[in-house]
Structures are given as structure tokens and as C-alpha cells.
Design a protein around this ligand. Structure first.
Ligand code: AP5
Length: 214
């Protein structure tokens, strides 16, 4: 059976992680989020995590070779045999080319379009669980118990959701990652999806576009 290899593309806060997690459940293939993997390495205080932290907190990209290495290793794990949803990778032309070099043929690149005002609203209200990685939003997706994850841990804000780091991330996206829109459009892989509206609305548009029914 052919693998289902998808990629989420879009600016910070566009909803890539939210929608990748839903696809993970619907398609029973893993979400592969470089942001989550790097944050996990930070929590465990590994050498990689310490190196990545400096870039992440400033809203800059972690060097290509570091990220390419962790993705290559991750995609060799057996749970990715049937496919995967890449979330936050590739983010530069070099990363996109490395993915092709790994022999990965993406079925579709799901590009979420969201206005800058909406991005700021989403990131300024985001709450994250440092233990299980779950994401909430104060207004749009509040936790049942204030300040607490469903797993019981205290929710925190991401260091790179500070307004100045968000500005830097948006600039980095425009300079480094947005060119991939043309890269994948030229290869006939790009699906441009309106990322505004409720998470359910966005999920329904994605399902329509990739031909999945739930
Ligand atoms: P990463 O973790 O990938 O961050 P990002 O791309 O900036 O994306 P976010 O996680 O902020 O947003 P998202 O689009 O996933 O939105 P979400 O679903 O959470 O990367 C972080 C850093 O790691 C980078 O800056 C870089 O330093 C490094 N890094 C990672 N990958 C790298 C790579 N490949 N190369 C180099 N460096 C790399 O939603 C956001 C909020 O909105 C949530 O609160 C959510 O609940 C809410 N929300 C979602 N959808 C909706 C909706 N439809 N309506 C209302 N609210 C919504």
C-alpha cells in the first residue's frame, strides 16, 4: 500500500499543529513536528536541546543540518512505515531538497492561510502543557480546569510566543519558509486551505481537499 506522506505549511500560529494532530487521529499515521521534537530535547536538557534553545527563543531557525538529522532519524522509526504528517519541516529550501534526497515523495503540502491579526490573537492566547505537549487557547480552546492540562500538569506559555519573538518568527517565515509555497506549487503538490474559522471548519476543508471522509 502507498504511504500517506503529508506536510503542513504556514506561518507561526496558522494551526499546523492543531490540524496535524487531528490528521494523526483520522489517518492513524504520526505527526512529525520538529518544533515538538526540539522542545522535548530542551526539556531533557540534551546537547541538541541546549543548542536549539538559543535559536528558538529568538524566533530564529535552528541550523538546517541539525534539523535534517533529527527528521531523517525520526522517519526511520517503524510507526512511520505507513506514512506521516510533517509539521514544521521543511522550512528552508535546503530542508526541502534534503527531504527529496531521503526519498520522500509528498502526496500533498497543506498550506494554511491565516491573516496576521489572527496569528497574533492565536499566539497571544496559547497555553501549552510542558509534560504531554497538548496545546490550548485561553479563548478558543480553554482547558477544563483553569491553568491545568487534562493530564494534570500546569500549563505554561511558550517562550517564543512573546510579542518580540513572534515578530521575529513572522519575519523568518517570510524570508526563509514562504518561498517553499512557490517551490511546492511548481511541483503540483500545494493545497491552499483557508485556515480561519473554527478548528472543525478548517479540518473539514482539509478533509475535502485531500479526499478523506470521517
Ligand atoms: P514550531 O513549533 O514549528 O512553531 P511554528 O511553526 O512557529 O508554529 P506554531 O507551533 O507556533 O503554530 P502552529 O501553526 O502549529 O499553530 P497551533 O496549531 O499551535 O517551531 C518553533 C521553533 O522551533 C522555530 O521558531 C524554530 O526555532 C525551531 N524549528 C522548528 N522546526 C524547524 C525547522 N524545520 N528548521 C529550523 N528550525 C525549526 O495553533 C496556535 C494557537 O491557535 C493554539 O493556541 C491553538 O489552540 C489555536 N488555534 C489553532 N487553530 C485554531 C482555529 N482554527 N481557531 C482558533 N484558534 C485556533
Amino acid at each position: 500500500m502507498a504511504k500517506t506522506q503529508l506536510m503542513m505549511l504556514g506561518p507561526p500560529g496558522a494551526g499546523k499543529g492543531t490540524q496535524a494532530k487531528r490528521l494523526e487521529d483520522e489517518l492513524d499515521i504520526p505527526q512529525v513536528s520538529t518544533g515538538d521534537m526540539l522542545r522535548d530535547a530542551r526539556r531533557r536538557e540534551t546537547e541538541l536541546g541546549q543548542e536549539a534553545a538559543e535559536y528558538m527563543d529568538d524566533g530564529e531557525l535552528v541550523p538546517d543540518d541539525v534539523v535534517i538529522g533529527i527528521v531523517e532519524e525520526r522517519l526511520q522509526q517503524s510507526d512511520a512505515d505507513e506514512g506521516f504528517i510533517l509539521d514544521g519541516f521543511p522550512r528552508t529550501r535546503k530542508q526541502a531538497e534534503s527531504l527529496a534526497d531521503m526519498g520522500v515523495e509528498l502526496e500533498a503540502v497543506i498550506k494554511l492561510q491565516v491573516s496576521e491579526d489572527e496569528i497574533v490573537r492565536r499566539l497571544s492566547g496559547r497555553l501549552n502543557c510542558p509534560e504531554c505537549g497538548a496545546a490550548y487557547h485561553e479563548e478558543f480552546d480553554p482547558p477544563e480546569r483553569e491553568g491545568r492540562c487534562a493530564c494534570g500538569s500546569e500549563l505554561t506559555r511558550r517562550e517564543d510566543d512573546r510579542p518580540e519573538a513572534v515578530r521575529e518568527r513572522l519575519e523568518t517565515y517570510t524570508d526563509e519558509t514562504k518561498p517553499l509555497v512557490t517551490f511546492y506549487r511548481d511541483r503540483g503538490m500545494l493545497l491552499e486551505i483557508n485556515g480561519e474559522g473554527s478548528p472543525d471548519d478548517v479540518a473539514a476543508r482539509i478533509q475535502d481537499a485531500i479526499g478523506v471522509s470521517t
